[in-house]
Design a protein around this ligand. Structure first.
Ligand code: NAD
Length: 458
């Protein structure tokens, strides 16, 4: 296995120099067009594989897996010419007589390690920007979504021969890959594994992008539109059964609005989940979520089920959880499922202090007016801040997406993704700089000139 991985890596590596020359704008756009074509012609198979792995409704499978990859390809092809252009850098006073620009150059061979929760799009979307930036890619999809992984392994070499290799398997395969000297590692997954990835990358000084998880809180303001907030929060928990890195994890609620929000959430949630939702990915995660509920109940939390469970299909109904305390696992672990703690507060300083006491979240969602937003923007730190919406910042192609601290580092999507997989090489040229006048030997003339420059510059 390791020999096979090594051979495939070496094959891509050997092509690096050639690719730097041959992968011009037209070749990159053509490669992306081929990828789009292969995806379009296998749309039904992709949808079926995702449905098999995640027990997802068909519409959702197409909407959240196939469509975003095709949209990313279309967006990238449209803007690639501009992204690839050298970026002019204006000279400072000292640099008069020179010309400089940043030239995006491919990093080389990059590794993409993907999670199971959106098994197609989270494996493919980084591939799009990596290829756009002129790299070759090795993809390691998640072993927890075996049907989608097998399909990616079949489709990608078909679409991108000589540019992409797919290696399937679990942590041991990941570790074998991480030992290789990749030119960039793009990892999406848990914070715990993110640390393992970064440690391994250090051995090769490989730069990393870590798209991690964590607890993304919602803060409801006293002036929030409750009906709208309930709709967006319920949506964030119903889609993919809340198994989304940017799903609302828990909600801070002004205490006098607890009942109103609970009622509105119940209505919206039940309406959206009526025709069935995505299943919990496997028995282990079903048991993990059940364990979070059991632990919370045993320690005095109130759990309100929003429908019946169907454990044989791993369909878990939503739960609104109240009266949680800090010693419950549901309060400290990323929930990653359809359970939603509501935490009452009296003064906005309380949720702000609670957020700042924990690791920096991937996203914070604010529902309310200007004052609430201004305070959260200024007094908390997170990968992104969403106002009167959920999930959407993750989908915006012109917004860099990424975390901070324990929720990750680096950025993905669109131009930010292109830049992640590029080295922005400073190229500087002498036009007629006067700097040689300051070269040694340091004669009286050089000293006088130096004093003049010092006065001018400071
Ligand atoms: P995970 O960290 O368990 O696995 C992710 C990938 O890492 C898989 O391909 C897996 O095979 C590999 N892996 C697992 N253990 C490993 C090890 N010891 N050494 C090397 N590789 C290993 O994550 P998951 O359960 O697949 O996904 C859920 C997590 O991902 C959640 O925390 C979620 O918030 C996060 N996530 C983040 C984003 C984002 O964009 N920020 C998106 C989706 C999911």
């Amino acid at each position: 296995m390791t020999n096979d991985i090594l051979q495939r890596f070496d094959g891509l590596r050997a092509g690096s120099a050639g690719r730097r020359k041959s992968l011009d704008l037209a070749a990159r756009r053509a490669a992306l067009a081929r990828l789009a074509q292969v995806i379009k012609s296998h749309r039904a198979e992709i949808t079926a594989a995702v449905m098999e792995d995640l027990g997802k409704p068909e519409v959702e499978a197409e909407l959240v897996e196939v469509l975003p990859v095709l949209a990313e390809i279309a967006h990238t092809r449209r803007h690639l010419r501009r992204w690839m252009r050298p970026r002019r850098v204006w000279p400072t006073l000292m640099m008069l007589g020179t010309q400089a620009a940043l030239h995006p150059e491919p990093k080389g061979v990059v590794l993409v390690i993907a999670p199971w929760n959106f098994p197609f799009v989270l494996a493919l979307s980084p591939v799009v920007t990596a290829i756009a930036a002129g790299n070759a890619v090795v993809v390691k999809p998640s072993e927890m979504a075996p049907a989608t992984s097998a399909l990616i392994a079949r489709l990608l070499p078909m679409a991108l021969p000589d540019l992409a290799e797919v290696v399937t398997g679990g942590p041991e395969v990941s570790q074998a890959l991480l030992a290789l000297p990749f030119d960039h590692i793009f990892f999406t997954g848990s914070t715990a594994v993110g640390k393992i990835v970064m440690t391994a990358a250090a051995q090769n000084l490989a730069p990393v992008t870590l798209e991690l998880g964590g607890k993304s809180p919602v803060v409801l303001g006293a002036d929030a539109d409750i009906a709208q907030a309930a709709k967006w929060i319920a949506w964030g928990k119903v889609v993919n059964a809340g198994q989304i890195c940017v799903a609302p994890d828990h909600v801070f609620v002004p205490d006098h609005l607890m009942e109103l929000l609970t009622d509105a959430l119940r209505t919206e949630w039940q309406r959206m989940a009526a025709a069935g939702t995505t299943a919990i990915v496997n028995e282990r995660h079903y048991a993990r979520l059940s364990g979070l509920l059991a632990d919370a109940s045993a320690k005095g939390a109130q759990v309100q089920p929003l429908g019946p469970d169907r454990p044989e299909m791993r369909q878990m109904a939503g739960r609104i959880v109240t009266a949680t305390t800090a010693d419950m696992a549901i309060s400290t672990e990323e929930i990653f499922g359809p359970l939603l703690p509501l935490i009452p507060y009296r003064d906005l300083a309380e949720p702000i202090a609670a957020i700042n006491a924990g690791p920096k979240p991937l996203t914070i969602y604010a529902f309310g007016g200007k004052d609430l937003v201004a305070r959260l923007r200024a007094e908390t730190s997170s990968g992104s801040l969403g106002i009167n919406l959920t999930i959407m910042p993750f989908i915006h192609q012109n917004l860099p997406f990424g975390g901070i601290g324990h929720s990750g580092m680096g950025a993905a999507h669109g131009k930010a993704g292109f830049d992640t997989f590029s080295h922005l090489k400073p190229v500087m040229q002498n036009r007629l700089t006067a700097l040689p006048l300051l070269f040694p030997p340091y004669t009286g003339r050089v000293k006088r000139l130096k004093n003049w420059v010092l006065r001018l510059m400071t």
